[in-house]
Design a protein around this ligand. Structure first.
Ligand SMILES: Nc1ncnc2c1ncn2[C@@H]1O[C@H](COP(=O)(O)OP(=O)(O)OP(=O)(O)O)[C@@H](O)[C@H]1O
Ligand SMILES: [Mg+2]
Length: 592
């Protein structure tokens, strides 16, 4: 007799359960998703011992019809789709018809359910997948599912569970996300008999965020409300103050399902650039609502991964959604014309995407990105930047257009912070960060507009002896360096001559040689982000090196020119690295 046999149903279900049910939090996820699909407006979750001994979900959804009950525990049994094409138009959380079969194969499961049209409910008990008891019971419309002794028949699985507190934390975190994805549903969580949280189901995501994250976070959020190509992006993003060291607070829902997607993560990173500090991740809780035929969610049984049909488009949409809010009045706190702002957003966007589009979207290897970058610069950089230089584009920091802002100069604190007063607000301005932001915008504008006269001629050209590595870098990035405003000339094997430097508002006649070497040092040293976004980095580094430092005494005239310059910027509130340039303190904040 051969060795190959068909597995029995229980074994099949237990194997399948391995994919979706790894821990109690997965049980909660699957059951809550079923309640959501059943149209429940109230979902209560009760947990004991981290969910190991009990997970109980009570919903007020539509219930399961009597004749469907046996099927509901069968594998591949679902009321949600009939054929695979239906997925193109399916918005339910479930569709695989395997969650209940999987859970009941590895636990003791009790289900009480009643539909509107029936007068009594049914209660069934299943053990390792088989219905062992069934009786009529009094019940209100809805479904209650009790899962006891998870993995009682799969000891290897049980062994891998973590401490109760840890398992409970997974459950709580997941349920909080579900509550944010469905603000119109009231969720309640009870752990070991103790109340944990309850949302009121009033549909307001802000209320829920306040409840989960507290006042500090809530006060630093800006609404996102963006629509493009049938894709709606709503929710909130956080400003610099609440950017964090981890991605924990980056949550995306796609048609109310919490998902992970690299394209979206990359896009968000890019959009937050300049609005978070170095190494910090922007805070966001965003919902994407879009037609189901534009992506595939059936990539993995847990449905947390998706594949978009048009990844480039999704990248751009999320980028623009975040960027427009990051550049909004609420975020920047100023009163710029919104028409200007729109232009600024598009302009920033074009600037970033023209060169890096592909390499950013599909986070390629460093070598590939470099290759791409160089090719893009070679092939398209010239023409695209010329386009920007037409009448239609706006030079956002035309220096002659500086607005006159009335402010009262108070003084300089600790030789670092300029203090001014505008109306009832006091501003503390970090002189280095502010100057850096100003220079960064000036260099970038020169660069984007491809101004041929963006270089200040040096009376005495500087001759620099460089290392082999430095020369290589310059050769590879010659065009970038020139466009930034450096007029350079190769002068023998390892020597270059600098004839001109970027035309920006230096404070002091900087030592050109040292500054250029510093920039090279910084760029070549910092391999962390090597060659990725080199353009941005180069400009930011030049700005940083050329900017006035802390503890350098500024004259009144210099302060004036710095503040006036700063106030004409679209985003004067952070330096290019995302450090705040300015802190605003209201009269009310000072009351004590
Ligand atoms: N709380 C509930 N209220 C009403 N019907 C439910 C509930 N839970 C399950 N059902 C019914 O039982 C069926 C089987 O549920 P199950 O979770 O196994 O599969 P599914 O949700 O269709 O797909 P998936 O495996 O992707 O979750 C569902 O299609 C639904 O008809
Ligand atoms: Mg389901």
């Amino acid at each position: 007799m051969g060795n190959i046999v068909l597995l029995d149903d229980l074994t099949i279900n237990q194997i399948a359960a391995g994919e979706v049910i790894e821990r109690p939090a997965n049980v909660v996820k699957e059951l809550v998703e079923n309640s959501v699909d059943a149209g429940a407006t109230k979902i209560q979750v009760e947990i004991k011992d981290g969910g190991k001994s009990l997970v109980k979900i009570i919903d007020n959804g539509k219930g399961i019809e009597m004749e469907d009950i046996p099927n509901s525990l069968e594998r591949h049994a679902t009321s949600k789709i009939r054929k695979i094409e239906d997925l193109e138009d399916t918005y339910t959380m479930g569709f695989r018809g395997e969650a209940l079969a999987s859970i009941s194969s590895v636990s003791r499961l009790t289900m009480i359910t009643k539909t509107e049209k029936e007068t009594t409910g049914i209660k069934i008990k299943a053990e390792a997948g088989n219905i062992v008891e069934s009786e009529e019971v009094a019940s209100s419309t809805g479904t209650t599912i009790i899962v006891e002794q998870l993995f009682f028949n799969v000891p290897v699985r049980y062994k891998f569970l973590k401490q109760d507190a840890t398992e409970f934390r997974y459950i709580k975190e997941w349920l909080q996300k579900a509550a944010m994805a469905h603000p119109e549903i009231s969720f309640k969580l009870v752990n070991d008999g103790k109340f944990v949280f309850q949302t009121n189901g009033n549909g307001k995501i802000r209320d829920i965020i306040y409840q989960f994250y507290g006042k500090e976070i809530s006060d630093n959020l800006i609404d996102v409300n963006y629509e493009e190509n049938n894709v709606k992006v709503t929710g909130v993003i956080g400003n610099t103050r609440i950017a964090k060291d981890s991605r924990k607070n980056q949550i995306i829902f796609l048609n109310k399902r919490n998902i992970q997607n690299q394209v979206l993560t990359n896009s968000a990173d890019q959009a937050f650039k300049g609005s978070t500090g170095i190494g910090k991740y922007g805070f966001f809780i965003l919902s994407l609502d879009m037609p189901a035929n534009l992506y595939d969610v059936n990539v993995h049984p847990t449905k947390q991964e998706v594949r978009f049909k048009d990844e480039d488009l999704m990248y751009k949409i999320l980028y623009r959604a975040i960027k427009s809010s990051a550049l909004s009045e609420a975020f920047l706190g100023n009163n710029e014309q919104s028409e200007n702002k729109k232009k600024y957003v598009t302009d920033e966007y074009n600037f970033l995407t023209n060169h890096f589009e592909k390499s950013l979207i599909h986070s390629k290897t460093i070598e590939e990105s470099k290759e791409n970058y160089l090719n893009n610069i070679k092939n398209s950089g010239e023409t695209k930047i010329e386009n920007v230089n037409t009448q239609t584009s706006i030079d956002f920091i035309k220096r002659e257009q500086k607005r006159k802002i009335d402010y009262k100069y108070i003084g300089i604190l600790l030789r670092t912070y300029i203090i001014i007063q505008i109306d009832n607000d006091m501003y503390l301005i970090d002189q280095h960060a502010a100057h850096e932001r100003l220079l960064y915008e000036q260099i970038k504008a020169n660069y984007k507009n491809n101004i041929t006269t963006n270089s200040q001629m040096l009376l005495l050209p500087e001759v620099l002896n460089l290392t082999h590595k430095e020369v290589e870098f310059i050769k590879q990035n010659e065009e970038l360096i020139r466009k930034t405003g450096y007029d350079i000339e190769f002068f023998g094997e390892n020597t270059i001559k600098i004839n001109g430097i970027p035309d920006i508002e230096y404070r002091i006649k900087t030592n050109t040689k040292d500054m250029f070497l510093d920039v090279l040092d910084e760029i070549l040293d910092n391999t962390r982000t090597a060659s990725k976004n080199i353009e941005e980095r180069f400009i930011a580094t030049v700005a940083c090196k050329a900017a006035v430092k802390a503890h350098m005494d500024l004259t009144r005239q210099e302060v004036d020119s710095l503040i006036q310059g700063l106030l004409t910027l679209q985003n004067p509130y952070t330096c290019p690295h995302g450090r705040p340039t300015t802190v605003k303190i209201n009269k009310n904040d000072l009351k004590f």
